[in-house]
Ligand binder design. Structure first.
Ligand code: SF4
Ligand code: SF4
Ligand code: SF4
Length: 272
C-alpha cells in the first residue's frame, strides 16, 4: 500500500462541495501551508495522530496499547512523543471516547472506487457525484487519474477542489478529461503576501488559472477564502475581481473563514 496517497477523511451524503448529494474525498498533503488552513491535518503527506484533550477521560487505554512507548499516562499536554510514534493507529482504535484520531489512510484505486460507487443511486437521483478535495488532490495525479477513469465509466460526475499549485502538463495528460467541475482557489494576488501567508509564490497558480481558460474545458468556480486582515482587503479583492473580469468569467464564490484550525493544531501537537 506504500505507493498509495493517504486520505484523511471521506464524507458521504454531503450537500456542499458541489451540486446534489456528493461523496467528498479529502487527500492528505498540500504544497501550500496556509496560516489559516482549517484542516491542518491535510498539510503533511504523512499520517498523523490527533489527540483532543477536551474529549479525553484519562482511561489510559491508549497508553496501554502503544507498543512504541510514544504515550505518557495522564493528561499532560505533551503526552504523545511524536518522535516515537509511527502512526500505527492502535491508540485511536483503543479510544472509545474519540479523543484519539488517526488522520491518513491508504486506499487502493479499486477500494476507493468501490466506496464512492456505493452512493451511485443517490448521485443519479440528485444530480450529485464525487468531489476530490484535500489537501491538494492534484498532487496525486496518476492515482487520481486511475480512480477518475473508472468512475467516468460509471458516468459519475467528478469535481476537483484545487489550490492551483499543480503540474499543468501532467493534469492535461492524466486527469483533465474526466473532470466536470474545478473549484480553483485564488487566495492572494500580491506575490509577496502569497509567499508570506501560504509558503509559496503564486506565479504557477495564476499561470495555471489562465491555462484552464485557454481554451476552457471545464466548469470553473474561482473561490477566495475570506480571511480577516489577510485576503479580505480592498486591494486583494479588487485585484481578484480584475483577474476574473479579464477572464470574462462569472463563477466566483467567497469561502467563509473557519477558525476551528487552532483546536486541530493543538490536537496535532503543533501548538500548545
Ligand atoms: S484512550 Fe482515549 S480517553 Fe483514554 S486516555 Fe487515551 S485518549 Fe484519553
Ligand atoms: S499511533 Fe501507534 S505508535 Fe503512535 S501513539 Fe498511537 S499507538 Fe503509539
Ligand atoms: S491550500 Fe487549502 S488545504 Fe492547502 S494549506 Fe491552504 S487552506 Fe490548507
Amino acid at each position: 500500500m506504500d505507493n498509495y496517497p493517504l486520505i484523511f477523511d471521506i464524507q458521504r451524503s454531503s450537500f456542499v462541495d458541489g451540486p446534489g448529494i456528493r461523496t467528498v474525498v479529502f487527500f492528505k498533503g498540500c504544497p501550500l501551508q496556509c496560516e489559516w488552513c482549517h484542516n491542518p491535518e491535510s498539510q503533511s503527506i504523512k499520517s498523523e495522530i490527533l489527540w483532543y484533550n477536551s474529549l479525553c477521560s484519562c482511561c489510559d487505554n491508549c497508553f496501554k496499547v502503544c507498543k512504541h512507548n510514544a504515550i505518557q499516562p495522564g493528561h499532560g499536554q505533551n503526552r504523545i512523543d511524536r518522535s516515537k510514534c509511527n502512526s500505527c493507529g492502535d491508540c485511536a482504535k483503543a479510544c472509545i471516547y474519540n479523543a484519539m484520531k488517526l488522520a491518513g489512510q491508504a486506499y487502493s484505486v479499486e477500494s476507493l472506487v468501490e466506496l464512492v460507487l456505493k452512493d451511485k443511486t443517490y448521485f443519479r437521483t440528485s444530480g450529485g457525484g464525487v468531489t476530490f478535495s484535500g489537501g491538494e488532490p492534484l498532487m496525486f495525479m496518476e492515482f487520481l487519474g486511475s480512480v477518475c477513469k473508472k468512475l467516468k465509466q460509471e458516468n459519475i460526475d467528478i469535481a476537483v477542489q484545487t489550490c492551483g499549485y499543480f503540474n499543468f502538463d501532467q493534469f492535461e495528460k492524466t486527469v483533465s478529461q474526466y473532470i466536470n467541475t474545478i473549484y480553483f482557489d485564488l487566495k492572494l494576488v500580491d506575490n509577496a503576501l502569497h509567499k508570506k501567508f501560504t509558503g509559496q509564490y503564486n506565479n504557477k497558480i495564476l499561470e495555471n488559472l489562465h491555462k484552464l481558460f485557454s481554451p476552457k474545458k471545464h466548469k470553473i468556480i474561482i473561490r477566495t477564502p475570506i480571511v480577516p486582515g489577510i485576503t479580505d482587503t480592498i486591494d486583494n479583492l479588487g485585484n481578484i475581481s480584475k483577474i476574473i473580469g479579464k477572464l470574462n468569467h462569472e463563477g466566483f464564490e467567497k469561502l467563509i473563514y473557519n477558525n476551528s484550525f487552532h483546536k486541530k493544531k493543538v490536537a496535532l501537537g503543533r501548538v500548545i
